[in-house]
Design a protein around this ligand. Structure first.
Ligand SMILES: [Fe+2]
Ligand SMILES: [Fe+2]
Length: 259
């Protein structure tokens, strides 16, 4: 199966960029499943019904997330009732959202989860131990896609090795900066430290750069505004065998789109 994944889609500029190109990307890569990290869909913070529905109707199958998932009060009920939105599984079980979604198409099935890191991140349980408990309770015959949403490259790389041979793919998110270290680990897990951000790159990780520079210069908090300049689509395409669950190909996607 071919899986397309797009890194943190940031605000309206990111959503519009992806909506404009999604049909063409699905055709170009002949993809079976599309997964998107949606923690920043609603103006950089959280997911709402209005911001997610157009993506779902354009062919997105599963939404992974991270620390910003619950930033919008008005989105919480929707998150709780939409099983295709996957919350970080190492957060408290009572936090709104589903922990695992199995996407199916014809004979193909792909299990999707996400976890957050503990280094320079809001408090959460160990991703390593949470994954181990999940693995003991899940159907191990299914290919498994993991979005590991974390800041530290060492934690991400370590996690990749921890689940090598169990997960079919571990793709990092959260930094909004794409890394160039895609590879297939020795036991068959496709790995990339960070898929990058789909949104405005003439910015500081999605926010207007003037605001962030002012904040760094003065240490005075400022209200963030989403940039709409320098639009890019960032993601990755992975080929996974349904039976062996091993990945055979991983390739980064990174291109500028018209504004
Ligand atoms: Fe993000
Ligand atoms: Fe994040």
């Amino acid at each position: 199966m071919t899986v397309l994944f797009f890194g943190d889609v940031f605000g309206k500029p990111g959503r519009m960029a992806l909506l404009r190109h999604l049909t063409q990307l699905i055709t170009e890569y002949n993809s079976d499943f599309v997964i998107v990290n949606g923690e920043n869909l609603a103006d950089g913070k959280g997911i709402t019904e209005k911001t997610l529905k157009p993506l779902l109707s354009k062919g997105v199958d599963v939404i992974t997330s991270g620390n910003h998932l619950w930033d919008r009060q008005e989105g919480l009920e929707y998150i709780a009732g939409e099983p295709r939105i996957v919350k970080p599984m190492n957060f408290p079980p009572i936090a709104p959202g589903n922990m695992n979604y199995i996407a199916r198409k014809g004979d193909l099935a792909l299990s999707v989860i996400c976890l957050t890191g503990q280094i320079y991140m809001p408090p959460c349980d160990s991703a390593f131990l949470s994954f181990d408990s999940f693995w003991e309770s899940t159907d191990q015959a299914l290919p498994l896609f993991v979005d590991f949403h974390a800041e530290s490259t060492a934690e991400k790389r370590g996690f990749g090795w921890h689940v090598d041979g169990r997960a079919s793919a571990v793709i990092g998110t959260h930094t909004h900066i794409q890394t160039a270290d895609e590879e297939i680990l020795s036991q068959g897990t496709a790995y990339l430290t960070d898929a990058g951000m789909t949104g405005a790159h003439d910015s500081v990780i999605g926010v207007k750069k003037e605001i962030i520079l002012e904040k760094f210069r003065t240490s005075v908090p400022r209200r963030f505004e989403t940039s709409d300049q320098g639009l890019m689509i960032n993601g990755v395409v992975i080929e996974i065998d349904q039976i062996s669950r091993r990945a055979s190909r991983i390739q980064r996607i990174r291109f500028a789109v018209e504004e």
